[in-house]
Each structure stands twice: as C-alpha cells, then as structure tokens.
Design a protein around this ligand. Sequence first.
Ligand SMILES: [Zn+2]
Length: 449
Amino acid sequence: MKQAWFFLILLFFALIYTTQPVDAASQATVQTDSLNVREEPTREAPVLHTVKAQQSFPVVEEKFGWVKIQLTNGSTGWVAGYLVSTNQSAQTDAPSNQGSIATTGTAAVVTATQLRVRSTPSTEGDILGALFAGEKITVLGEQNGWSQVNYKGHNAYVSSNFLQENGAQPAAIGTAPVTTQPVVDTVATQSYVTSSVEGARVRSAPTTNSSIMLQLNTGDRLPFLRAEGDWFAVETPQKQVGYIANWISRTDSSSESPANVPAPPANRSGGIQGKTIVIDAGHGGRDPGAIGKGSTYEKTVALRTSLMLADRLSSLGANVVLTRSNDTYLTLRERVQISEANAADAFLSLHYDGSDNSLATGVGSFYFDSRGKALAATILPSLSSHTTMTNRGIKEANYHVLRENAQPAVLVELGFMTTPTDEQKIVTASYQANAVAGIVDGLAAYFGE
Ligand SMILES: [Zn+2]
C-alpha cells in the first residue's frame, strides 16, 4: 500500500514537470514550408516528425545552430536553427540603464564567417565567444556601430557590420516601447547561388563524396542559405538543404561581398599591446605555393613563420588571430572574412616568393590602399635589416586579400623559395627568428611605439 502511494506521488510530479513548457516565452516559429524534426542536432540524425510553416513550439535548448523544440504531444526533437525564428524575449537581461541602448529586440543574422562577441562595445572589450555565419540573434540595441546582444545570458556586443537585419521582433515584456535604430542599412532580401557550369552537382553534404541531389545548368539558381567553407548551402526545390561547391558557382549574397561593408574601426596608436593582428600564412592544404629546388613548400615555411610571429606578438600583448594554424586550405575570401570579422588593426599575409629567375633575391611588401601602404612601408625596412636581405621595395598590388580587405592589410614576401641561396637561408630557425623580429619592430613603429 505504501508503495502505491509512493508511485502516485511520483506520477503527480512527473505529470507536473512533463506538461509544463520549459520556457513559455521562448518560441521557435517554422520559417519554411516543411521542416524535419530530428532525434539529434545533426543532419544525419533520424527524422522523428515534420512540422509546417508558421507553427510555433517552445524552445527547450539551443546548440551548434540547432534548436530543440517541444512538440504538442510533449515529445522533443531538434530543428535547424536557420529555418526557424526564435523569440528570445524571456531570456534577455533586464533593461540596461544606459539611455542610448534601445531594449526592443530585432532579429538579425550573422553574415561573417566568424564574429567575435565582446563584453563592451569596442575592440578593447573582452572576447566572450564567437558567432558564426547564419546564426540568428536578437539585437537589443545599437551604438557606434556595435550591436548589443544577449550572449549565453549576458549582455554582449558584436560589430554591426556583420549582421543582417531580419525584421522587427515584439518588444520584451515589461519594457516601454522604444524606437530601435536600424541595425544595418542593407535590406534583407533573398540571395541566390547561380551555377557557373553545365551540370553543376548539388550534393547532400559539403563534400565531393556525398550523394548528388540534383544537377544545375549554367545560369540556374537556387536560394542561398549560407557559406560553409568552400561550399554554398542552398535550398533545393524540394525544400531540402543542398550544397554547391563555390568553385563552380557564385552568389549575390551581401555577406559574400565584404568590400561593400563599411570598415570597422582600426587603431594605429598606443603600441602593439591590445591590437588585433590577423596573421595569414599564405597557401595551405592542396595549395603548396612556391616549391623550392630543395623541395621546401612555401605553405610550410609561411606557416612556421606565422606561428612564431603569433607567439611573439601574443607575448607583447597583442590579440593575435591566425587564418590557419595548420596545413589547411582556405579561400582568399575566407582569409579576408577572418580579417574583417575580427576588426583587425593590421592584417599580415606572409609568403615566400617564387620566380623563374633563379637569381631573384630579397624581401618585399605589397599594399593596395593608403593604410596598407603605411603598414608595408614601416615593416619592410625593418625586415630587410633584420634578415640582411635585399630590400626589393614596397609595391602596389591588386591581390584579393589586400583589395577586398576593409582592414589595413599588407602582403609580405620573405625571400625566394626558388632561389637556392635564399632557400637555404629561409629554412633555418635563425632566419625565421630574424624575419619575425623585423616584422615585430616594423609593427611597433606602425602602431606608434
Ligand atoms: Zn605565396
């Protein structure tokens, strides 16, 4: 008898807890005709249910760009975060006392590959984490080019340049209606991915060994969802997610043309400490760069120098970001996006030269605009003197990583891979250390030390 009572009480509590929505005010609304609800937050997981456009469900949990929802029958499952809109009003912090910050929420989507989340509206703010392309957030206010967001329960800020507004959300409960400043001046419009080739394959995953969903003829286009590495995620006519390689297609998405984005602030004074410096080791992965007569790969030495430079600059208090820290392939556009998403105070692309002339020797630096020119002009003399290599001069160059970069950018050539006498020097630890010392001294001069 006692046992029966125990089970009744247990059942009572179980009912209370299972029938209550976890967070009644946080709702996910389906933004596509038909959406799969999966067992786990991954596209490979089994489909449990399908939900329809404009249906709303309580949000239980969010992770990896997936949202766990509770269905009307009480069961739960995961849906892709970019295919639902979430109303996070109940999770936002109490209204801020800062009068300049509006407290209504505006839905926005991250357009940068990686966007830093900071504790204050400045590049000096502590880095709390990062948001990634396609992630949906609620912007609570805007000031001086920074958007206030709720990040893991805290007030935080991201650069407004890398957000695309998605339409207004209802005001948070209990706050007076306040006019929100426009987050970005671009209008959210549907972007498309257009096939550049005949028979372009749309695949089920962003890899060439995944299954083929359909093929496109030259000029055929599909709605653009987001960029994933070298692939564009698109929506197929069957409302599924497909992937097209970016080397056989193009997109008109605004997030893919960073040159049109206003430059985030870059700082030149006060020394290296606290500066954000993006170091871009040239080439990588399937792209070896120049290959020396002694079989040295440019990508390998450029990475070694980049890692040493990163160490040195970090020890001087710089906030260093590497575009790659291992032997991986990155597109030029991805390198630029990393520079911009981090609001780099300086972007340095490190290379070793190649030439048909086996007597070519020396170091050089390249720029595209006036800010890059200042960087190139301060780094090169110092680099040349530390390495005792010929100064080949600074030159204007129409390189993608310089031209498309909204941040001050320089490309440095640290000697000729293809000239045996240069190659023998380049591969030594002492040469690498001297090159790093030369670049660091040049950067210190650039930042007014
Ligand atoms: Zn190179």
